[in-house]
Design a protein around this ligand. Structure first.
Ligand SMILES: *[C@@H]1O[C@H](CO)[C@@H](O)[C@H](O)[C@H]1NC(C)=O
Ligand SMILES: *[C@@H]1O[C@H](CO)[C@@H](O)[C@H](O)[C@H]1NC(C)=O
Ligand SMILES: *[C@@H]1O[C@H](CO)[C@@H](O)[C@H](O)[C@H]1NC(C)=O
Ligand SMILES: *[C@@H]1O[C@H](CO)[C@@H](O)[C@H](O)[C@H]1NC(C)=O
Ligand SMILES: *[C@@H]1O[C@H](CO)[C@@H](O)[C@H](O)[C@H]1NC(C)=O
Ligand SMILES: *[C@@H]1O[C@H](CO)[C@@H](O)[C@H](O)[C@H]1NC(C)=O
Ligand SMILES: *[C@@H]1O[C@H](CO)[C@@H](O)[C@H](O)[C@H]1NC(C)=O
Ligand SMILES: *[C@@H]1O[C@H](CO)[C@@H](O)[C@H](O)[C@H]1NC(C)=O
Ligand SMILES: *[C@@H]1O[C@H](CO)[C@@H](O)[C@H](O)[C@H]1NC(C)=O
Ligand SMILES: *[C@@H]1O[C@H](CO)[C@@H](O)[C@H](O)[C@H]1NC(C)=O
Ligand SMILES: *[C@@H]1O[C@H](CO)[C@@H](O)[C@H](O)[C@H]1NC(C)=O
Ligand SMILES: *[C@@H]1O[C@H](CO)[C@@H](O)[C@H](O)[C@H]1NC(C)=O
Length: 431
């Protein structure tokens, strides 16, 4: 009774996920189209969308790896049901090596809406989880965030949306869906998601405004409102624990400058950002996840400066973020090898001024009010801080300036004294 039609639309994604997959290359993503028909062969549930999954799993060497699961051709939709006043509609798809995904829809007299999303991934799929410790299906259930849609309207959302739960990020884009379709006709009226409705462009600082307008092609209409300067990010406090003791402390405001496509600045909101990572004696990693598909990982290492002097420095920053315009993932290239924030082991590093880390040509990170200690944290407190040059510049310039001014004054006094003496001497002679 339910017929199906699954079409694949090839789409090149720069599946970056370099750092998630540990491999570079291009993958294809497929649009899934499901058309569920009722007993009279009329469409009762229609959906077409794109999705992919970012999954963190435990490996057989007991660490965690991130992987990505894409839809593959040959998606089936067994178990999908039309639904009615008493029974929820169900959109269910199966793909790949034992993975499945479903969402149920409930209706009221006027509206329908997605209720729960159920995702089952199978870690027996060795192509995706080559070294998973636990083999078998894992199910994640999460409440759908879809807004209620007027009955007989079709819900459309080109923007990217994501759901996060239990080590899984589900990413959706280019979504068209209608549940409880009447008379077999897809609604002519669309309900668009909020993200699709034009809102002011991501803010761009005034200094980049000229560049932006210069780089936009002539074909695109000029922006009607001038870009607003973005505010500095809110300073966040993050920490990691080993057992019960704090082993890493970090305080900073983070801003990403993404210049792929249109340059824009993203402020990381500490309120929605969680810290994770690992402390070690010679390596420490702080991973921040903003709950909105942006991941930033800082890696610090200890080096031996000499036989007795040890320092730590920031060695690596990995960034993964979702291009919210089209669902592609932007990631830092893997050759970022820094040597920044050089500090004596046992101290903390501080830089109140804005600092820029060049991740690659498309990505910069700005830090504000930075104070960090990745090693040897004692009693939940920062140790003595080593300040960056930018902060201390002024501090040591002021005494120098005062000294120079004082010197000048002394020289002036001295010169005028000499001149005065000469004058008075010549004065006496003339008398
Ligand atoms: C960062 O990316 C590099 C290269 O892809 C990888 O070797 C490293 O483990 C990553 N670091 C973290 C903390 O994810
Ligand atoms: C349903 O409609 C399709 C074409 O729209 C047709 O090919 C199919 O045979 C119909 N099935 C039934 C059971 O009527
Ligand atoms: C709703 O659908 C279910 C199964 O699809 C059916 O058993 C039930 O009778 C239907 N209820 C109404 C009110 O149509
Ligand atoms: C982990 O799994 C991989 C792939 O199956 C295998 O090559 C490797 O030997 C395993 N390592 C351990 C420690 O079991
Ligand atoms: C999710 O990851 C955490 C570690 O970050 C781990 O403790 C937990 O078991 C994982 N959950 C699942 C379902 O894999
Ligand atoms: C469905 O068909 C019935 C009868 O033909 C009609 O009254 C109703 O308005 C139609 N509904 C829609 C949404 O087209
Ligand atoms: C962060 O920590 C500092 C002290 O280390 C404190 O003054 C500040 O209120 C904290 N901020 C938040 C948001 O907790
Ligand atoms: C953002 O990055 C671009 C390209 O690297 C750069 O030209 C621009 O000045 C940066 N903007 C800010 C506010 O740092
Ligand atoms: C998404 O947009 C970026 C920037 O415009 C582009 O480079 C990339 O190819 C796009 N990806 C997809 C899947 O359209
Ligand atoms: C998620 O990111 C997008 C694009 O950067 C932004 O427009 C949106 O407000 C963010 N959502 C949340 C909940 O932070
Ligand atoms: C650094 O020095 C310590 C002893 O001071 C030694 O144990 C360690 O192996 C050295 N590390 C490196 C990378 O040389
Ligand atoms: C989304 O759908 C539109 C229209 O069907 C298409 O032009 C666009 O390329 C799609 N975007 C992606 C990322 O597939």
């Amino acid at each position: 009774m339910a017929s199906r039609r699954c079409r694949r639309l090839p789409l090149l994604l720069p599946l970056p996920l370099l750092l998630l997959l540990g491999a570079s290359g291009f993958f294809q993503s497929y649009a899934v189209e499901v058309d569920v028909k009722d007993a009279s062969n009329a469409t009762c549930l229609y959906a077409k969308w794109m999705m992919k999954f970012l999954i963190k799993y435990e490996t057989n060497s007991s660490d965690y790896k991130n992987t990505t699961l894409d839809l593959s051709p040959g998606v089936t939709h067994n178990g999908s049901v039309c639904g009615n006043d008493t029974q929820a509609a169900l959109l269910a798809v199966q793909f790949g090596e034992g993975h499945s995904w479903s969402v149920n829809f409930t209706k009221t007299n006027e509206t329908y809406q997605g209720d729960f999303v159920t995702f089952t991934y199978n870690t027996n799929d060795t192509a995706v989880f080559p070294d998973a410790k636990r083999k078998g299906p894992i199910t994640v259930v999460v409440r759908d965030t879809m807004i209620p849609v007027q009955l007989n309207n079709v819900f459309v959302c080109h923007s990217t949306d994501s759901l996060e739960a239990e080590n899984v990020t589900q990413i959706f884009w280019n979504v068209t869906v209608q549940a409880f379709v009447q008379n077999g006709t897809i609604g002519k009226k669309e309900t668009r998601c909020q993200a699709d409705t034009p809102t002011p462009e991501p803010t761009i600082s005034p200094t980049t405004a000229n560049m932006t307008t210069a780089s936009t092609t002539t074909a695109s209409p000029a922006p009607t409102t001038p870009p607003k300067p973005v505010e500095n990010p809110v300073t966040g406090n993050y920490s990691l624990k080993r057992g019960n003791t704090t082993c890493l402390l970090a305080t900073f405001g983070l801003q990403l400058n993404v210049s792929q496509d249109k340059p824009h600045l993203i402020n990381i909101d500490p309120k929605t950002t969680s810290a994770d990572g690992a402390c070690g004696n010679t390596t420490a990693t702080l991973k921040l996840n903003d709950g909105n598909s942006t991941l930033v990982a800082f890696t610090f290492v200890v080096k031996n400066e000499s036989a007795t002097i040890q320092k730590f420095y920031l060695k690596e920053v990995n960034v993964t973020l979702l291009n919210h315009l089209n669902g592609s993932v932007i990631s830092s290239a893997d050759n970022n090898n820094f040597s920044q924030w050089d500090t004596f082991l046992g101290s903390s590093y501080m830089c109140r001024k804005e600092q820029t880390l060049e991740i690659n040509e498309d990505l910069q990170i700005h830090t504000f009010n930075l104070w960090i200690q990745p090693f040897l944290v004692k009693a939940d407190k920062f140790s003595t801080a080593e300040e960056c040059l930018a902060d201390s510049d002024l501090n040591f310039l002021i005494p120098i300036a005062v000294g120079v001014a004082l010197g000048f004054l002394i020289i002036l006094v001295f010169i005028s004294y000499i001149i005065g003496r000469r004058k008075s001497r010549t004065g006496y002679q003339s008398v």
